[in-house]
Design a protein around this ligand. Structure first.
Ligand code: IMP
Ligand code: MG
Length: 180
């Protein structure tokens, strides 16, 4: 089992599995009715997945524009949980076909907020691609259009995802199981 920063990390999804799913998702996205696609990566956790999925999209012949939005949730574990924009996109989305890319769809609050925001700004269509779907944790009525893997209800790290700023650099998705 890999040991990183003195912790045992049990791999859940390997780099090879992830690369294969990225290729399949890109093919499905490209086979849809997309034209003039604007991809928006939801930072920070999606940065590696977005980089790989965007390059997989290139190999299908699509030439998306790429934007970034940083969103943060507040009040986690309290009654009034919300999402705020830490750093907004620069582009005008009116009339555009938008693909939101995020690492994990969990409660659905983050991506529901993003989707409603983009529609309120006049986007023509907003679809969602996530690497992982923790569907048992869903609180909002929201599903992703493209899902890499159904995720067991563990706190996962790697491939862009962190716990307390650590482990984003891992090339696989894994679970911290304890001290090495
Ligand atoms: P939601 O708004 O509850 O759907 O939250 C999804 C966001 O929470 C994701 O974009 C991640 O940033 C974060 N998140 C949820 N579960 C995990 C996890 O297991 N590891 C790392 N980040 C997570
Ligand atoms: Mg996130």
């Amino acid at each position: 089992m890999p040991v990183v920063r003195g912790k045992n990390i049990e791999p859940l999804f390997t780099p090879e599995q992830i690369a294969e799913r990225n290729r399949e998702m890109a093919e499905r996205i490209a086979s849809g009715p997309v034209k003039d696609l604007l991809v928006i990566a939801v930072l920070k956790g999606s940065f590696i997945f977005a980089a790989d999925l965007i390059r997989a999209l290139h190999h299908t012949g699509l030439a998306p524009e790429v934007e970034f939005i940083t969103l943060s949730s507040y009040g986690a574990g309290t009654e009034s949980q919300g999402v705020r924009i830490v750093k907004d996109i620069d582009s005008d989305v009116s009339g555009r076909d938008v693909l939101l890319i995020d690492d994990i769809l969990e409660s659905g609050r983050t991506l529901l907020f993003a989707k409603e925001l983009l529609y309120s700004r006049g986007a023509r269509n907003v679809s969602i691609a996530v690497l992982l779907d923790k569907s048992v944790k869903r609180k909002e009525k929201l599903e992703a259009d493209y899902v890499g893997f159904e995720c067991p209800d563990y706190f996962v790290v790697g491939y862009g995802m962190d716990v307390a700023y650590a482990f984003r650099e891992l090339p696989f998705v894994g679970v911290v199981t304890g001290d090495a």
